[in-house]
Design a protein around this ligand. Structure first.
Ligand code: GAP
Length: 598
């Protein structure tokens, strides 16, 4: 069967070979939820491990794991309760809900329609006479509403403690900043990472695992002192990138900018050095795990497109089926999140910044005489005292007259200057409390998996047959090695193959053993799930005069070399780690025809 688009081919392969499929199928399923089968779960966890290695371990960051359900005040503070909305239009005939901005993008040349105001979206639906994709009914005149994407729940019995499934892993890091900073010895810059599930009640989930209602994010929150901290930009300055800046998107003849990270930051195309740094390491990481870099770009958000917290944002986008998919976002969040949590909670979301030299500062102090304020103001005396203290900090000049005036609950009170007991003290201070700024690379793991599968899908001719294979990078391939006895009913071949499987597993390889069907079919099965190397135990290898040998087969070229069994683990490891190209093996060992079981 030949499917038409990359997406269709992928969905078919994913289902047939157990990468992923719609969840809860036994009960009719629920749109936007997917189960990763054995191959997919393994590929996905390898992507997560590769991300953890690059963005947590190599960067010296701290990984945390926060709950996926958080109480309502977290999302009041973060702004998600008010601002995490998409535009919804409901069909008057079939009742199906649709994302209004997506309908416009699908039917017109307009891109990023989510940046448009709702009245404009309503008029575009009418002007283009857009119809319901499900039943064809006309949508002109239907209202477009804001729909909050968070899943709500109740924490504990009853309904008094509302909670939400987190729409991003980030908030779990922000609310724990006061504790995480202790591990960084209260010193900037430092990064905290988290890999975990996020939930969004998407209006119309689509493109299989590209837009789902439950997905995995890998996020890094980099906390910095905006006046002092610089990234190690020189380490990625020469990395070449394809950029699509906002100005180019808005220009009539706008085009991509092919440049290096160093030049992009120096010329201000990428406005912030930290964002530039993370674009550089992301570019290299995506290349290493197998994204086709000819189908990859960084696109800057247009002004109206940015999330409520972001001052600037670039997306990493991959191309599949001619469409660009956002696979990661790199946002400059400023001090938005920590300031909000500081404002809404009782916790301390700052860090102490030491001055280079201690400073002498003058501080205005009041110590009101409560034996006078008490009888004079009664119950309001405490508030009058607080108002005097706040005024001294805000406006010391207000204490120059005989009487100082403060307002409490809308009422004006005069306090004798001697009773206020005002003075200016000189102090030496060693530093100040600042709210760190945040730069956030946020990766979608499911969309990365989708891209890797789409970009790895290959067809070629081997012998007289058309073969399908996934040219997955050894860094992420679900299985490292397939091991086969050439024929299944010969005891010494099977025993030897089983010993090799045990040795390889003990050495940390993930191995599939297969003795069913012709050797050609077994190779095809592994090719189709992207296993980079296969080892075959055959009679020639066990009966020759010298040491016992087996063949190693490379997936992409189907070349095979004959290698001594004693060297097998070392040779496989060198190829798997990328320390040795298969060409080196082909130079050092005898190239052989595929063993045949005929
Ligand atoms: N903390 C920032 C944040 O959540 P985002 O751009 O909304 O930013 C980050 O999400 C990444 O998560 C996206 O680039 C995308 O890869 C992934 N993502 C977002 N919504 C998704 C969905 N409904 N299904 C699958 N992946 C999604």
């Amino acid at each position: 069967m030949s499917a038409e688009t990359e997406g269709e081919r992928l969905a078919e392969l994913a289902k047939r070979r157990g990468y992923f499929f719609g969840a809860s199928g036994a009960y009719g399923g629920a749109a936007g939820f997917y189960t990763f089968g054995p191959q997919g779960a393994s590929l996905k966890s390898n992507v997560e491990d590769a991300w953890r290695d690059r963005f947590t371990v190599q960067e010296g960051n701290f990984e945390v794991e926060a709950p996926t359900i958080m109480p309502e005040p977290v999302f009041e503070a973060s702004g998600h309760l008010d601002g995490f909305d998409d535009m919804l239009v409901e069909c008057p005939e079939c009742g199906e809900s649709h994302r209004a901005d997506h309908l416009i993008e699908d039917a017109t040349d307009i891109e990023e329609a989510e940046t448009l105001p709702i009245p404009k979206v309503e008029s575009l639906i009418a002007d283009h006479d857009l119809q319901c994709p499900t039943c064809g009914a006309h949508l002109a005149g239907e209202s477009v509403d804001s729909f909050n994407l968070m899943f709500e729940t109740n924490i504990g019995p009853g309904s008094s403690t509302p909670g939400y499934l987190r729409p991003e892993t980030a908030q779990g890091i922000f609310v724990e900043f006061p504790r995480i900073k202790e591990y960084a010895r209260n010193s900037l810059p430092f990064g905290a990472t988290q890999i975990g599930r996020a939930y969004r009640n998407e209006i119309s989930p689509r493109k299989s695992i590209v837009r789902t209602r439950e997905f995995t994010q890998a996020e890094l929150e980099q906390f910095v002192d905006p006046e002092r901290d610089e990234p190690a930009l020189e380490s990625v300055a020469d990395v070449t990138v394809t950029l699509y800046p906002a100005a180019e998107q808005e220009a009539d003849d706008g085009d991509y900018v092919e440049t290096t990270i160093g030049a992009a930051v120096e010329e201000g195309i990428v406005g912030d050095a930290w964002i530039g740094y993370f674009l550089g390491i992301a570019q290299e990481w995506y290349g290493r795990i197998g994204v086709d870099m000819d189908r990859f770009r960084f696109r800057q958000h247009l002004a109206g497109e940015r999330a409520h917290y972001a001052a600037d944002c670039w997306d990493a986008e991959s191309e599949v089926d001619g469409d660009w998919i956002e696979i990661a976002g790199f946002a400059y969040r400023g001090d938005y999140d920590l300031s909000k949590h500081s404002e809404y909670s009782d916790d301390e979301f700052t860090i102490f910044r030491q001055f280079d030299e201690p400073k002498t500062v003058e501080t205005a102090v009041v110590e009101p005489d409560m034996s006078v304020l008490g009888p004079e103001f009664g119950e309001a005396a405490g508030e009058v005292k607080s108002a005097l203290e706040a005024l001294a900090e805000r406006d010391p000049d207000a204490f120059e007259d005989e009487t100082v005036t403060v307002e409490v609950d809308g009422e004006t009170h005069g306090v004798d200057i001697d009773v206020a007991n005002f003075r200016v003290e000189t102090q030496t201070v060693s530093g100040e409390h600042i709210t760190p700024h945040v730069i956030e690379p946020s990766f979608g793991v499911d969309r990365t998996v989708y891209t890797l599968l789409a970009h790895a899908y290959e067809e070629d001719e081997v012998g007289d047959e058309t073969r399908t294979y996934l040219s997955l990078s050894p860094d992420v391939a679900p299985t490292d090695v397939g091991v086969f006895p050439l024929v299944s009913n010969v005891e010494d071949l099977v025993d030897r193959a089983e010993d090799i499987v045990a040795d390889l597993r003990e050495s940390g390889f993930s191995v599939v053993y297969d003795d069913s069907g012709s050797i050609g079919r077994r190779y095809r099965r592994q090719d189709e799930v992207g296993t980079p190397l296969c080892v075959t135990v055959d009679r020639d290898g066990l009966e020759s005069d010298g040491p016992d040998t087996v063949t190693i087969r490379e997936r992409d070229t189907a070349r095979q070399v004959r290698v001594p069994v004693d060297d097998l683990v070392a040779e496989l490891r060198a190829v798997e780690r990328g320390d040795q190209p298969f060409d080196d093996l082909a130079d050092r060992y005898e190239l052989v025809e595929s063993p045949t079981d005929a």
